[in-house]
Write a protein that binds this ligand. Structure first.
Ligand code: IMP
Length: 426
């Protein structure tokens, strides 16, 4: 079972690290294939809490961490994260970075912020990390790649080309100062020597590893419904976090992926703008936020909270062909007398059990709830499915039925060992 992808099935922050933790030492390579430092992975290892934004979680275990071609890299953040981990005694020397990955330049962050401000109430609610502008430049063929840092004159030319239009926009439309191309180039080039030993042909490295039967874990960032093609566009990120994104984002053919694990939280959260039919704007939503500590790892923003939406997850099951689901944060639901689960939407007076095809309908969707019996017992110490209270078991089984995919693991607390495994993930 060498190629495994882990993908969030909702709007991100499902606790993907929890599932990768269960694979533990059996993974040889851990690969980030999309996004950048807009992600936030909180991991608890040996009682110590780590927040990662750009580095793959494999940096904290014995696997080789890889930042593949599909990622956009803010080099300041990369080295800050590395320094932070080194200061805590974590060895980061095995990290590999693709020569084809794109770089987030300072002007991408400026563009992200001014564009959001300009959009006003049509803003996306981005993380402000320059992700969208970096991917736009990539698609526009104006991007800067990691390998460009190894050719001083090419880099300077590319930065100049990338800034030409942007400076017109900044000055004439956004009323901002122009950005100096030489300054930007110098800033990027300052990282070259430190970066050089990490840079590798990661496509070859990963395919060779797969040929040898080694275990390669492709670690999704963001989630299905933030995917630029499949999410709630335009309220999405600018990359393809879905399972198929691992193929383009890391250069491995689809036939090399054997297992696709979807991660779903026992309720739903979302950061930023965009439709969210089961969102709770009342005390119940606040209770979920407090109990689940639903505050962003990356921006510290309050996460919007709501009940589990089976239609949202089922759509992700369909497009990712998940082989397994991992249900996280089930312990957070302890104490509710009844737990509503969204099983259908009413859209313009009609009932649907699949996600509406158009964004307009999605915006008008009114959730139809089924009320499942809650439980009061503390489940954080449970390690077997049979240890869980009957109502908890029934909740899990009902979700499994609704999303049409087996649940192979359940998170019942923040630390690595607080999990109930129903099927091995490898
Ligand atoms: P961007 O990725 O910074 O362009 O932001 C686009 C949208 O994706 C915004 O709504 C963000 O809040 C959301 N987003 C980006 N990364 C994450 C993540 O890791 N978790 C949750 N939401 C995210």
């Amino acid at each position: 079972m060498p190629g495994i992808v882990v993908v969030g099935a909702q709007w991100g922050d499902e606790g993907k690290g929890k599932a990768t933790d269960q694979l533990g030492d059996r993974v040889d390579y851990t690969v980030r294939y999309s996004g950048g430092n807009n992600a936030g992975h909180t991991l608890v290892v040996n009682g110590e809490k780590y927040a990662l934004h750009l580095l793959p979680s494999g940096i904290l275990n014995d696997s080789v961490p890889v930042i593949a071609n599909g990622v956009v890299i803010d080099l300041d953040v990369l080295f800050e994260e590395i320094d932070g981990l080194n200061a805590r005694g974590v060895d980061t020397s095995k990290l590999l970075v693709s020569a084809n990955a794109h770089v987030i330049a300072p002007y991408h962050k400026v563009m992200d912020k001014v564009t959001e401000r300009f959009l006003g109430n049509r803003r996306i609610g981005t993380t402000g990390r320059g992700i969208g502008p970096a991917y736009s430049d990539k698609i526009n063929r104006l991007g800067i790649r990691v390998q460009d840092l190894f050719d001083d004159s090419i880099l300077r030319q590319k930065v100049e080309a990338a800034l030409e239009q942007k400076n017109h926009l900044l000055v004439k439309v956004y009323n901002r100062r122009a950005i100096d191309a030489t300054e930007v180039a110098e800033e990027l080039l300052a990282h070259t020597e430190r970066l050089r030993p990490m840079v590798a042909d990661t496509v070859r490295v990963l395919n060779t590893a797969l040929d040898a039967g080694q275990v390669v874990l492709f670690e999704g960032a963001q989630a299905h419904h933030l995917d630029v093609d499949h999410g709630t566009y335009p309220y999405v990120t600018s990359s393809n976090p879905i399972a198929g994104g691992a193929s383009t984002g890391a250069g491995v053919g689809p036939t090399r992926i054997d297992r696709v694990i979807g991660i779903m939280k026992a309720y739903t959260t979302r950061v930023g703008e965009g439709p969210f039919p089961t969102e709770l704007l009342d005390a119940d939503g606040e209770k979920l936020r407090q109990d689940g500590a639903e505050f962003g790892t990356t921006t510290g923003r309050n996460r919007r909270c709501g009940w589990f939406d089976a239609l949202v997850v089922e759509a992700a099951v369909t497009a990712n062909a998940f082989t397994d689901m991992f249900l996280t944060k089930l312990d957070i639901l302890t104490g509710w007398e009844k737990i509503p689960v969204c099983v259908a939407y009413e859209v313009n007076g009609e009932r649907t059990t699949t996600l509406p095809m158009t964004q307009t309908d999605f915006h008008h969707a009114v959730p139809v709830y089924e009320y499942l019996d809650g439980w009061t017992e503390d489940i954080s110490g449970c390690r077997e499915f049979s240890d869980l209270p009957k109502n908890t078991q029934a909740y899990v089984r009902r979700l499994e039925e609704l999303v049409r995919c087996r649940i192979s693991g359940i998170g019942v607390g923040p630390s690595r060992e607080q999990a109930v495994m129903l099927h091995d993930l490898l």
